[in-house]
Design a protein around this ligand. Structure first.
Ligand code: DX5
Ligand code: ZN
Length: 223
């Protein structure tokens, strides 16, 4: 199983102070920063677009921080070049948002980013099996995408188990409702990339929260 990566979701941060929030998370030991892009169409919420990512990238140089862009958008093909230019490192589109997955993955790679594919709770893991050889990551959503602060859906764990047993070296990310209370379910199922918004930003000690998430994933790896 690949190494643990902890990716705080800046959606739970203070948007009036994005630069300092991102830097605070990096100081607290995050591996990646998870950036939630919502278009008000694929999901019933609106967040930010490439111009804001460009600004954050201006404040946190490439190489010093890894931007995991979770694209909850229709027509994900449309924004690949903008996000590459904005400084995205990984472009994770939703399986449900496009028909031609392979061309999109090629486009993301050609733009110089890693490619991820996210599946909503009702999409089976088998949907992405054939795509995995081309993908750098699969994101198994553990809430319906659209909002932070929702309850972790434990019934998505069999999908993580299925993917982990078929693809031992794949980066498998989980997103939604992850915290100290739920991490063991995800880690035991085989997830190694952990997104946490509320669980980190609203923790009394975010550094400790990040360390605890990492420890849970590492403990599973020793089993
Ligand atoms: C939900 C987003 C998540 C969200 C996670 O649609 O994709 O990244 O911010 O937030 P928490 O950890 O609070 O569920
Ligand atoms: Zn997300």
């Amino acid at each position: 199983m690949p190494e643990a990566k902890i990716a705080p979701s800046i959606l739970a941060g203070d948007f009036a102070n994005l630069e300092s929030e991102c830097k605070r998370m990096m100081r607290c030991g995050s591996d990646w920063l998870h950036i939630d892009i919502m278009d008000g169409h694929f999901v019933p919420n609106l967040t930010i677009g490439a111009p804001v990512v460009t600004c954050i990238r201006g404040a946190l140089p490439k190489g010093e921080s890894f931007f995991d862009c979770h694209m909850m958008v229709s027509e994900p093909e449309r924004w690949v070049d903008d996000f590459a230019k904005a400084g995205g490192d990984l472009y994770c589109f939703h399986y449900e948002a496009t028909e031609d997955h392979e061309s999109l993955i090629d486009k993301i790679h050609a733009a110089g980013m890693r490619a991820g594919c996210a599946i909503k709770p009702k999409t089976p893991a088998s949907a992405v099996f054939d795509l995995v050889p081309k993908l750098d990551m699969v994101l198994v959503m553990t809430v319906e995408p659209g909002f932070g602060g929702q309850k972790f859906m434990k019934d998505c764990m069999p999908k993580v188990e299925e993917l982990r047993s078929k693809f031992p070296d794949l980066d498998i990310e989980v997103d939604g409702g992850l915290s100290n209370d739920t991490i063991d379910f995800a880690a035991d199922a085989g997830a190694n990339v952990i997104v946490a918004g509320t669980g980190v930003f609203k923790a009394k000690d975010p550094q400790e929260a990040i360390a605890a998430l990492r420890a849970a994933v590492n403990k599973r790896q020793l089993k």
